[in-house]
Ligand binder design. Sequence first.
Ligand SMILES: [Zn+2]
Length: 88
Amino acid sequence: MKFLLVLLVVGVGLWLLTARLRGPAPGSGEAGRPRRPAGDKPVEMVACAHCGVHLPEADALVEGSRLYCSDAHRRLGPAPEPPPDAPR
Ligand SMILES: [Zn+2]
């Protein structure tokens, strides 16, 4: 009976040791990726409806369904459609 108890203790000890050595399971998507702090979401970039410059969505000014980089561009409104034969 004492032998069974020792075997149990050794078994649990080995299980804990191997679980610690293994760490995060390989192939879980963590390997090879740069680590980011928790809650660091990628910044959503949006284009200004007037000049087309890209800026973080949090910094954009919203007018209806359009987004602008500045108050001046918000007042100017969306850029006019370029003519189809515009030189490039
Ligand atoms: Zn703009």
